[in-house]
Design a protein around this ligand. Sequence first.
Ligand code: FAD
Length: 455
Amino acid sequence: MSNRHVTNTAHPHSDSPASPGNPVPAPDGRTYDLIVVGAGIAGLATALTAVTAVTGTTPRILVLDAHPAGGRARTNEQHGYLHNVGPHALYRSGALATLLGRHGVEVSGGEPPSGAAVMVRDGQGHPMRLSPAAMLRTSLLTPGERLRLLALFATVQRAKPAQLVGRSVDDWLAPYPRRVRQFADMLIRVSSYTDAPDVFDAGAAVDQLQLAIGPGVQYLDGGWQSIVTGCLDVLAAAGVEVRTDEETLTVRTGDGSAPVSVTTATRTHTAHAVVIAGGGPETAERLTGATVRGLDRITAPVTATTLDLALSTARPALAFALDAPLYLSAHAPAARLAPTGGGLVSLMRYHAPGADAGDPAVRRAELRAFADHVGIGERDVVHERYLHRMVVTHGAPTAAGGGLAGRPGADALGLPGVYLAGDWVGPEGLLADAAAASGVAAAQAALQRRASIAG
Ligand SMILES: Cc1cc2nc3c(=O)[nH]c(=O)nc-3n(C[C@H](O)[C@H](O)[C@H](O)COP(=O)(O)OP(=O)(O)OC[C@H]3O[C@@H](n4cnc5c(N)ncnc54)[C@H](O)[C@@H]3O)c2cc1C
């Protein structure tokens, strides 16, 4: 992977001895227009928006990350296979794809496998095409249930998500037979990565289903690293400073329009505004010592266990469990993630918000057994990549919390000049789309402050 954007913490032009625990002012002592803490999707979206929103002067922007840029959108190479942080699909008409288009970041890729999927119920696999005609024939449902399922799909397509806000998925689906609800729950899990029908907001769920059923998703050539690299290219061309492997330790505000100070192990920087895009709310609270308001309106972090199987031969497989939170999809060869002729299958177990992932040996065996349903055996697997408990989103919108609109906003810390972005922030989208949309909103709020200070 290219690392040409990366500036590390060595400061050859500094004349002050900098050392961890002894931060010194940045060499030229100038105040940045904006400092972004975190170079994941949310931080990259913030910086992209800020750099192009200012006309006249070039804004001075610094992006800091404790690790290499990308966060959960990074991709790792192993023996010629490219592994995202678990299965990642880009929603074609979501906020992230829109942001990439707006800034000329080009990505390519392919569709998920479109042939027969395997539906697993009671431990038995049932091949089934994903079409209305196939649903009318499936032996998984009685004739009456099939009609109810088709009616439910029609309802989803026509529904106005705003009218469902405040109802849980369970409440919304209650009138349908149990086995029809299983299909709907499965589709909601697969599109939102959230397995919490008792609290998950039906408006947010249907919004996401419409994105998934309509324009659909794309698996990306080169993995999600292609998004990260593309964003970094645009930022580098615009003169944005990106410092990686430089952890932010504190973010401190003064009164009113005073600059915000950001301390890392070796430097203290000042900025007119700071956006904290460091993953979850606990990072923002730790850095500022303040409390994020509105966390009671979202769930605890939603996590998943994932297993990538690098395959010696391509296998366009797709499988969903109807009575368990399990999923499998071949991401290569749909996208270029495997050497020529090879394949890459990603499996996932969704967990309820805040839930423990259990025993790693049990989880791994469960996912391996699920791969049996599509005929993947030991001899097909070149290597595996197992991730035990990954945060998919730092909080899902709840019915009781008012759905997407109830999530904490960019200003939820209540500190002058400090704003938030992440996949748990703001009223738009889920997962990386929420990260992107909240990054855009946080940049806009930060620039408004800069303008009001300047004016
Ligand atoms: C298994 C899995 C599958 C997923 N699948 C999809 C999918 O198919 N589609 C989709 O849209 N989304 C998906 N997501 C979600 C998506 O990856 C995330 O929503 C998105 O990447 C979050 O971006 P972020 O910038 O908010 O946070 P992060 O990616 O977590 O980035 C936060 C960054 O902040 C940095 N940081 C933290 N603390 C500090 C500090 N003190 N100083 C400096 N830097 C700091 C971190 O190093 C990190 O780089 C998936 C997630 C997982 C785990």
